[in-house]
Every structure is written in structure tokens, then in C-alpha cells.
Ligand binder design. Structure first.
Ligand SMILES: Nc1nc2c(c(=O)[nH]1)N[C@H]1C(S)=C(S)[C@@H](COP(=O)(O)OP(=O)(O)OC[C@H]3O[C@@H](n4cnc5c(=O)[nH]c(N)nc54)[C@H](O)[C@@H]3O)O[C@H]1N2
Ligand SMILES: Nc1nc2c(c(=O)[nH]1)N[C@H]1C(S)=C(S)[C@@H](COP(=O)(O)OP(=O)(O)OC[C@H]3O[C@@H](n4cnc5c(=O)[nH]c(N)nc54)[C@H](O)[C@@H]3O)O[C@H]1N2
Ligand SMILES: [Mo]
Length: 762
């Protein structure tokens, strides 16, 4: 970065590697500000241990889940944030009206600490007041019985355990609806939609062992230093072994450039670090499809010239659609590929050459691929590239979507879906004796639209911060307030809880770190990680309050009060979670001997037929896809528009803001910034530190976000970056991937206007 640039408060260039001593220091601060320092070390040491709890941070797996403690800064933040000694009590609520709390930042709201008692909103005093659990359940049951089932939305955030999520879907389906908006709809839905079409299953195919054997990793659109920090160990090791790691990302993310492993005595002692990416390509936001088509084009050209580039035996024996795919690639011009990707033909050819040389390649990807209006098509192009050289169902190779929440994949597996399969519905009917609804329900966008239109009357949230995570706050917030009923099961207060409906309940639940005692004793829950490993997790900490209930107990309490004729023995299921797992085993494939197998350290892997080169697609083959053109749909954006990427900071877990720094990007104590490319700034007459307003440059859109400070940044031309969730106001609800419904959070056309040349003081 340019040293002569004027000083801007809170913006300092960060030169160090990711990880290292900075990570240890940040962990110490997290412990000091949240926890009783005496308890913290023991708690952190139990994370991801065989008899401990699964880290609520991310879904990256652990080697056999029985390794020694793996240090992870952001895992430590997630744990200390939940195990905090701060409490939100009924007295706190009595002293703070909902209107006054709404004026607080998201950071402040969650920062007040753990919820301690069930609460109900009291309109007369504009406060929440304590309510006994049973009274709350009864009232909720009464309201829900008076509504058509399809007027109720059941939202799940991906932290819920398999057991809680399974009971939640059972409750909804016995009531009579498939309305399951969930966080996955905003996240990897493009994977869940695209991969089944390509390889027959909506999950990744690699395991950690494959990383031990791989010869090349291509990392597209994810930021592991912040979001999957335990993956950095794997990348660090690969880099040290000399395995090339090719990165596609519009931003220079420090952890993908250089990383100091806090477990490495030598790197820590010498302030050393390891280069991670062997090559870093700053693709334009939304330019990945063009880039991948370019790589494929060079491969196909090489095949014509010298042969032996493609795996013909694999293509012939295992795939369909190759001819049409290669014809489309041949018809795609280099000129359009270069223009849309922002990368040169020479660069893309070099990736193709590395790919052609590797006998086993893994492609990892995240939100930079899925959160686009052609997200599903993007995912399928990645699969196409792998299919060309037989890189699925081969040791050391495969596709690796980096999942979000620690159990988002498990939630899906156990039935949280608005489009249930006929087989699942018929086994529910057989086992429980009620007829579940067949009609497809709402995903997150459809649920929000139904709330806006007044068709949805009630929203039950199993965790999360639904309205804040969704696009278009203006509409989503207003829609929350129009409901007859909202119920939130959560650990901490957030803005969605405060967007009160006619009646609103706040239910505090046990977190993953806490001891879950039921009638038959201490309970474990289970989760499925990004690599389809299912394992048990059991908390040990004393619950934040004696009034907390577990998620399964809260769901069962509501179900019993709602469904007087219920066929399900809810109380027995809550008494012993083994019984819930028995039902999961009876109604879903892949869970045989569930209770036995989770008692083995490390758990078990869900079936992944593509790893055996069995393709559960309609044709029985892996399917090549056709990506229409080289770019996303960007209707009528006009001149001078840029593509906005919404980003997570390093001190953030989705809508949870741990602190106001984003150390690796050089931002401290603030979040009101816009990362810009210097060429774009010059073109618009902007300087580092200028204050600007941003508006959505799509037809019919009037949203704007005012007063951000421009930060000159190493980001690809044509792309700008702003923080999520603040920038969600700029994302229209309708601007999404038509195939999967995933909002296009990473490519919003925006226009930027100068507000003032003065430098903002903080
Ligand atoms: N500490 C922490 N851990 C988390 C989370 C968290 O918020 N904090 N969130 C969890 C969840 S729910 C999820 S889904 C995952 C998210 O993990 P990621 O998938 O890493 O998600 P993002 O932080 O949104 O980052 C996306 C990356 O993609 C890049 N990018 C943006 N647009 C494009 C594009 O068009 N092309 C390419 N190639 N790259 C692009 C951005 O520069 C950024 O580096 O992490 C999980 N883990
Ligand atoms: N602009 C933009 N928007 C995005 C994204 C983006 O990249 N850009 N990313 C999207 C993605 S990938 C996702 S996954 C969604 C996230 O959307 P959500 O999953 O809805 O949001 P979170 O911020 O993870 O939810 C935080 C809340 O979860 C509750 N919580 C924490 N732990 C527990 C627990 O153990 N049990 C229960 N019941 N509650 C708990 C707390 O009350 C906390 O306030 O946001 C999406 N929105
Ligand atoms: Mo996510």
C-alpha cells in the first residue's frame, strides 16, 4: 500500500502473517473480556476432544476427532462468547425498553451476555418480562392451532444439533407444513442444489486423508484464516510439503498469503511464517465462471494439440454431457473470458498446466462461489472441471465446499428442507402414523416474502438472527413486526428478537459447551461436519442459568402444547436422546447403528456414493453442465457501477460481532468502511479516507447505505467490499440465484457518490 497516503483513524496497514502471536493475543483478550479467567483454560481444552464438545465455530473436521488440542483463535472466540460470565436477566429487561435496545448496535446487544429466563414481550411497558415455560408453551400452542399450518415458518440456524433439528422438523410436519427457511438457504444452497445434479449428492467428496495425498489444491472464494481457521493447519502443512495452492479471490486475504502456525514452536519463536498460496489470482467479483471456463478451454485446447490431458476412460465410463460441455467451452471466446474474469489468458493457461500435471486435485470453495445469482451454475462448473480429469472418487482428489455453521450439513441430513423426498415422507408416515404434508414449503427468501405479503403469520426460530442475516433489512424488519407470533430460541439477545410481533417469546437454551442433564442422565448431541463425519458432542460447563432448557426440550414443549393429538412421545424422547437417534435411524438412510457408532471416538462417515464412483443422479452418471455465457445476470446496471462483496471481519461470527477490529485487513475499532481498488478510486475521483454514500444500482431499487469511509485496498478492479450485516440493506430480496434461492450477497451492483472530503473522526 501507498505510504504517502493520508492518515485515516482506525486504518493501519497490517504487515504481519496471519496466525502467530497476534492470534494468541486476541485469544487472551477474548478470555479476559468474556470469561472467568480461572475456568477458561479447562473449557478451551475440551473443545473438539472425544469426551468434550464440538466447537461451535466452524464445520471443518478434526483428524479422527481425537487429536490433541488444536489452537484456534476464532474457535476460542466462539467458545468464550458462549461461555461468557455476562448475563441478561429479567431485571435487565425491566430497565431497558425494546425501543431503547433497538438503538444499540448488534455488537452491544449480544455483548450483554447470555439470556437467562423465558421472556414474553409486554406491549404496554415496551419491555420483555419473565414468563413460566409452560405458560409460554400453552399460549404458543393456542395461537398456532388457530392458524393454517402453512402460515407458520420454522427457521433453523445451523448450530442446532441433529437431535434438535430432527424434532423441529417432526413438529412442523405433524402440524402440517414444510415451511423450513434455514441459514443454508443463504449459504451453501447452491451446493445443495447444484451438486446433486452433477454428482448425485449435495455434499463434498473429500476427507482429511485426501488432503494428505493431494498434489494440488485450488481454493476459490473462501477465507479460511478467519472462517475455517483449523483448515490453516492443513494448508500450512501442504505448503511445507511443496503442494501448490492456487487461490482465486478478489481480495488479498492475508492468511492465504502468509500464515504463522501458533502450534509451531519454531515459527512462533522466530516470528517466522509460511507462504500459503503458490499463486494468487485476484479474480473480479463474480468472475469465477469465466475463469473456470478459461482453465477448461486451455485444457481442451491442449488435449487437441497433444492429447493425454483429459481422463477419457473416466469421462466415457462415468459421465454424460461432455460433448455439449466441450462445444460450449470451444464457443466461448478468450476475449469474453478475460474481460469477465479480469485475468489474462496466460494466467489461466498456467493454472490449466498445473492442473494437467497433478494426478490428484482438490477444489475448495465457499461463499465467493455460492452467493451469486448464478451460484448453482458456478458450483456445477467446479464439478465439471474436476470431472474432466477424473478428480472425483479418486484418492487425494475431490470437491470440498466449506460449510458454514458447525452443523448446517447435519440439519439438512435430518430433514430440515422445504422439499422433502417422497421416501423420507413415507418413512415418517410409517414410523409415526401421521401423514406429513407433501406440498413444498418456503425457503428463507420465500418465507420472508410470505411475511411481507402477510401470508405468513408466525415465525419460530431455532437459533439465528433471521431478519438481520437476510437481504433487504427495510422490508425484512417491517415484515417481522407484522406477524401474530414470533418465537426465538437463542443463547444471546439480537436484533431479530427485538423486531417484536403482536406476541413475541424469547427462549433461552443451553449452548454446546453446557451440561445437558435429562431424566436418564447426561446427554450428548450429534453433529455432522463439512466432510460428512457424524460425531457426538457433550457439554460440561454449568449452564448459564438454572432456568435454561435444552433445544430438544423447548421444541418438545411447544409441540406438546400445539398438538393435543400428537402421535409422538415427546417427553420420552427428551428424557433420553438415544431414543431420538433411534428414530432418525428408522426414518433416514445412512444412520444404521447410530447410537453405537457415535460412541466410537471420531464417530462415523455418512455414505458418499460419489467417493466410490457411484452416481445417484437420474442417469446414474456424473453430469457435465452448461454455464450460459461467462457472467452473472446483472440487469440494466448502467455506467459507473461496481460490484459489492459483503464480507465477514476477523472479529465476527455471522451477525455476531465479537469486537470492532479486522486485524488482517488493517481495520481497527470500526466497521463503517468501503474497501476499494485504487484504479476505481482514481476513476471516480475518490481518495483514501473520503466519505461516501452507496446505493444499489439495479432497476427499481432505491436502497442506500450512507457515510462509509473509503479504504484503498488490494481488491480487484471493479469490485468493492463492505461488511455484512451492515451492507445487507443494499441487497434486494429478489436479487438471487433462481436455481437455489441463494441471495447474491457477493455481487451487488452499486453506485458510489462522494459525501465529504473531510476525514471521519471516530
Ligand atoms: N470466525 C468465523 N467463522 C465462520 C463464520 C464467521 O462469520 N466467522 N461464518 C461461518 C459461516 S455460516 C460460513 S458460510 C463460512 C463462510 O466462510 P467463507 O466462505 O470464507 O465466507 P466469507 O467470509 O463470506 O468470504 C468469502 C471470501 O470470498 C471472497 N469472494 C467474494 N466474492 C468473490 C467472488 O466473486 N469470487 C471469489 N473467487 N471470491 C470471492 C471474499 O473476498 C472472501 O475472502 O464460515 C463459517 N465460519
Ligand atoms: N450480506 C451477507 N449476508 C449474509 C451472509 C453474507 O456473507 N453476506 N452470509 C449468510 C450466511 S452464510 C449465513 S449462514 C447466515 C447466518 O444467519 P443465522 O444463522 O441466522 O445467524 P447467526 O448470526 O449465525 O445467529 C446468531 C445468533 O444465534 C444464536 N445462537 C448462538 N448459539 C446458539 C445455540 O447454540 N442455540 C441457539 N438456539 N441459538 C444460538 C444467538 O442468539 C445469536 O444471536 O447469514 C447470511 N447472511
Ligand atoms: Mo453460512
Amino acid at each position: 500500500m501507498n505510504n504517502k497516503r493520508r492518515a485515516v483513524p482506525g486504518i493501519r496497514h497490517y504487515d504481519g502473517p496471519a496466525g502467530g502471536w497476534g492470534a494468541l493475543k486476541a485469544t487472551a483478550i477474548a478470555v479476559r473480556t468474556q470469561m472467568d479467567t480461572f475456568d477458561a483454560p479447562a473449557t478451551l481444552l475440551r473443545t473438539n476432544q472425544p469426551d468434550g464438545f464440538d466447537c461451535p465455530g466452524c464445520a471443518w473436521p478434526d483428524k479422527e476427532h481425537k487429536s490433541t488440542f488444536q489452537f484456534c483463535e476464532n474457535g476460542a472466540k466462539a467458545v468464550t462468547w458462549e461461555a461468557t460470565s455476562k448475563r441478561v436477566t429479567p431485571e435487565f429487561f425491566a430497565e431497558n425498553t425494546v425501543t431503547s435496545l433497538l438503538a444499540k448496535s448488534d455488537f452491544e446487544l449480544e455483548g450483554y451476555g447470555r439470556l437467562t429466563q423465558p421472556m414474553v414481550y409486554d406491549r404496554a411497558s415496551d419491555t420483555f418480562r419473565a414468563v413460566p415455560w409452560q405458560q409460554a408453551f400453552d399460549r404458543i400452542g393456542e395461537i398456532l392451532r388457530g392458524l393454517p399450518p402453512d402460515a407458520v415458518e420454522f427457521y433453523t440456524s445451523g448450530r442446532a444439533s441433529n437431535e434438535a433439528a430432527y424434532l423441529f422438523q417432526l413438529y412442523a410436519r405433524e402440524l402440517g407444513t414444510n415451511n423450513f427457511p434455514d441459514c443454508s438457504n443463504m449459504c451453501h444452497e447452491a451446493t445443495s442444489t447444484g451438486l446433486p445434479r452433477s454428482i448425485g449428492i449435495g455434499k463434498g467428496t473429500v476427507s482429511l486423508d485426501d488432503f494428505d495425498k493431494t498434489e494440488l489444491v485450488i481454493s476459490i472464494g473462501h477465507n479460511p484464516g478467519t472462517n475455517h481457521p483449523r483448515m490453516m493447519d492443513t494448508l500450512h502443512e501442504l505448503s511445507r510439503r511443496g503442494v501448490p495452492i492456487i487461490v482465486f479471490n478478489p481480495l488479498r486475504e492475508r492468511a492465504l498469503e502468509r500464515f504463522a502456525d501458533p502450534q509451531s514452536v519454531i515459527e512462533m519463536a522466530t516470528y517466522g511464517s509460511t507462504d500459503i498460496a503458490s499463486t494468487y489470482f485476484q479474480v473480479r467479483a463474480g468472475g469465477d465462471a469465466a475463469a473456470i471456463k478459461g482453465i477448461a478451454k486451455h485444457l481442451l485446447e491442449q488435449e487437441t494439440e497433444r492429447g493425454s490431458v483429459l481422463d477419457h476412460e473416466f469421462i466415457a465410463g462415468h459421465t454424460e454431457g461432455f460433448e455439449a460441455f466441450s462445444a460450449d467451452i470451444a464457443a466461448t471466446s478468450w476475449e469474453s473470458i478475460e474481460r469477465e474474469s479480469g485475468l489474462s489468458r496466460v494466467d489461466l493457461a498456467s493454472v490449466a498446466t498445473a492442473y494437467a500435471k497433478s494426478n490428484a486435485t482438490i477444489i475448495t470453495y465457499g461463499m465467493g462461489i455460492t452467493q451469486h445469482n448464478k451460484g448453482t451454475a458456478n458450483v456445477r462448473l467446479i464439478a465439471d472441471l474436476l470431472l474432466l480429469r477424473g478428480n472425483i472418487g479418486k484418492s487425494g482428489a475431490g470437491i470440498c465446499p466449506l460449510r458454514g455453521h458447525s452443523n448446517v450439513q447435519g440439519n439438512r441430513t435430518v430433514g430440515i428442507t422445504e422439499k422433502p423426498s417422497a421416501a423420507f415422507l413415507s418413512s415418517l408416515e410409517k414410523v409415526f402414523g401421521f401423514t406429513p404434508p407433501e406440498k413444498h414449503g418456503h425457503d428463507a427468501v420465500a418465507a420472508t416474502q410470505a411475511m411481507i405479503d402477510g401470508e405468513a403469520r408466525a415465525l419460530l426460530c431455532l437459533g439465528g438472527n433471521f431478519a438481520v442475516a437476510m437481504p433487504d433489512h427495510e422490508q425484512a424488519f417491517a415484515a417481522m413486526r407484522k406477524l401474530d407470533l414470533s418465537v426465538h430460541v437463542g443463547t444471546k439477545l439480537n436484533r431479530t428478537h427485538l423486531l417484536v410481533a403482536k406476541e413475541t417469546y424469547l427462549f433461552p437454551c443451553l449452548g454446546r459447551t453446557e451440561l445437558d442433564m435429562q431424566q436418564t442422565g447426561r446427554q450428548s448431541i450429534t453433529v455432522e461436519d463439512s466432510m460428512s463425519m457424524v460425531h457426538a458432542s457433550s457439554g460440561k460447563l454449568k449452564p448459564a442459568s438454572p432456568q435454561l432448557l435444552s433445544e430438544p426440550a423447548i421444541v418438545a414443549g411447544m409441540a406438546l402444547a400445539t398438538l393435543p393429538q400428537t402421535r409422538i412421545h415427546w417427553a420420552e424422547l427428551v428424557a433420553d436422546y438415544d431414543r431420538i437417534r433411534d428414530l432418525i435411524e428408522q426414518t433416514l438412510p445412512g444412520f444404521s447403528d447410530y447410537n453405537q457408532r457415535i460412541r466410537i471416538p471420531g464417530g462415523f462417515r455418512m455414505p458418499l456414493p460419489p467417493t466410490e464412483r457411484v452416481w445417484p443422479t437420474a442417469s446414474g452418471k456424473a453430469m457435465f453442465s452448461l454455464f450460459d455465457g461467462v457472467k452473472e445476470n446483472a440487469p440494466g446496471v448502467g455506467d459507473n457501477t461496481l460490484r459489492m462483496i459483503t464480507l465477514r471481519s476477523h472479529d465476527q461470527y455471522n451477525t455476531t460481532i465479537y469486537a470492532l477490529d479486522d486485524r488482517y485487513r488493517g481495520v481497527f475499532g470500526r466497521r463503517d468502511v468501503l474497501f476499494m481498488n485504487e484504479g476505481d478510486m482514481a476513476q471516480l475521483g475518490l481518495e483514501h479516507g473520503d466519505r461516501v454514500d452507496i446505493s444499489t444500482a439495479l432497476p427499481g431499487c432505491t436502497q442506500s447505505l450512507n457515510d462509509l469511509t473509503v479504504v484503498a485496498y488490494n481488491i480487484s478492479a471493479g469490485s468493492v467490499g463492505a461488511y455484512y450485516p451492515e451492507a445487507n440493506v443494499l441487497v434486494p430480496l429478489s436479487y438471487r440465484d433462481e436455481d437455489s434461492g441463494t441471495p447474491s450477497y457477493k455481487s451487488v451492483p452499486v453506485r458510489i457518490t462522494l459525501r465529504s472530503k473531510e476525514i471521519r473522526a471516530i
